[in-house]
Design a protein around this ligand. Structure first.
Ligand code: NAP
Length: 250
């Protein structure tokens, strides 16, 4: 263990926005501990990239829907150094459906991963980083979405509702820990080119909807990660409780 390491935990760091954050966090000088769930090859590739760049990295199979997995992720991170950051990134969409067709199973999974998991991860980060609890302070960035205000009718209103809840949670937690050395912010990505759309059965979603974006294109995972790492950094030392749009103007 290298005590000098500033550790950043990223949930869902194997692909998409989380993987872009993992690589950028390493460049910013963090040792990176990230979770994945189903794609060990993608996770190993991110670890290899970070190690090649000379920083420590660990990939832990940990489902944010399971509290014991979250605790194992934080334990693994503790072996790497002192926790300074959490990027609460893991999230899912579901098939496009009207609310009238939702099943309870769909809703429970959506809320367990996108909301309960994110809040539990934030709880663990606060327990370790709060200066009132013996920590050294740090920063949390939660992944919201433009869906929080667009509301995603006939797509995934349930997803949108979890992201609106993330915005509210971000504000509330930020105010709660503002004098405990912890800044808490969110980013709201718009249409970003990642696998998440295919996982919801719409692989061509960005191509189909990009005409609705004022900048007339989808964004990249790197463009979102750069905003997240800025919020994590000392450059954003007076920013807390904010949700920042990264949407090409949408
Ligand atoms: P993605 O490409 O589908 O990648 C999801 C990542 O999360 C993968 O690393 C995946 O691991 C991991 N993951 C999935 N379920 C998990 C769970 N239960 N526990 C732990 N890890 C889990 O997603 P993305 O597009 O990068 O999205 C990342 C975040 O940004 C999400 O919160 C999403 O809602 C938000 N967002 C995305 C967009 C967009 O257009 N892409 C827009 C707005 C907001 P495996 O590789 O092992 O499957």
């Amino acid at each position: 263990m290298t005590d000098m390491n500033r550790v950043c935990i990223i949930t869902g760091g194997s692909r998409g926005i989380g993987a872009a954050c993992a690589r950028l966090a390493a460049k910013a000088g963090y040792a990176v501990c990230f979770s994945y769930i189903s794609n060990p090859d993608a996770a190993s590739a991110v670890v290899a990239d970070i190690e090649k760049a000379g920083m420590p990295a660990k990939a832990i199979r940990a489902d944010v829907a399971h509290e014991e997995d979250i605790l194992a992720l934080f334990d693994a991170a503790a072996e790497m150094g002192s926790l300074k950051g959490l990027i609460n990134n893991a999230g899912i969409v579901a098939e496009a459906q009207d609310v009238a067709d939702y099943t309870r199973e769909r809703l429970e999974k959506m809320v367990a991963i996108n909301l309960v998991g994110a809040i539990l991860c934030a709880r663990e980060a606060v327990r370790r980083m709060s200066t009132k609890r013996g920590g050294n302070g740090g920063s949390i960035v939660n992944l919201s979405s433009a869906a929080a205000y667009l509301a995603a009718p006939s797509q995934y209103v349930d997803y949108a509702a979890t992201k609106a809840a993330i915005d509210t949670f971000t504000k509330g937690l930020a105010l709660e820990v503002a004098d405990e050395g912890i800044r808490v912010n969110a980013v709201r990505p718009g249409l970003i080119e990642t696998d998440i759309h295919a996982s919801g059965g719409q692989p061509d979603r960005v191509e189909k909807l990009q005409h609705l974006v004022p900048m007339k294109r989808g964004g990249t995972a790197d463009e979102v990660a750069r905003g997240i790492l800025w919020l994590m950094s000392e450059e954003a030392s007076y920013v807390t409780g904010d949700s920042m749009n990264i949407t090409g103007g949408r």
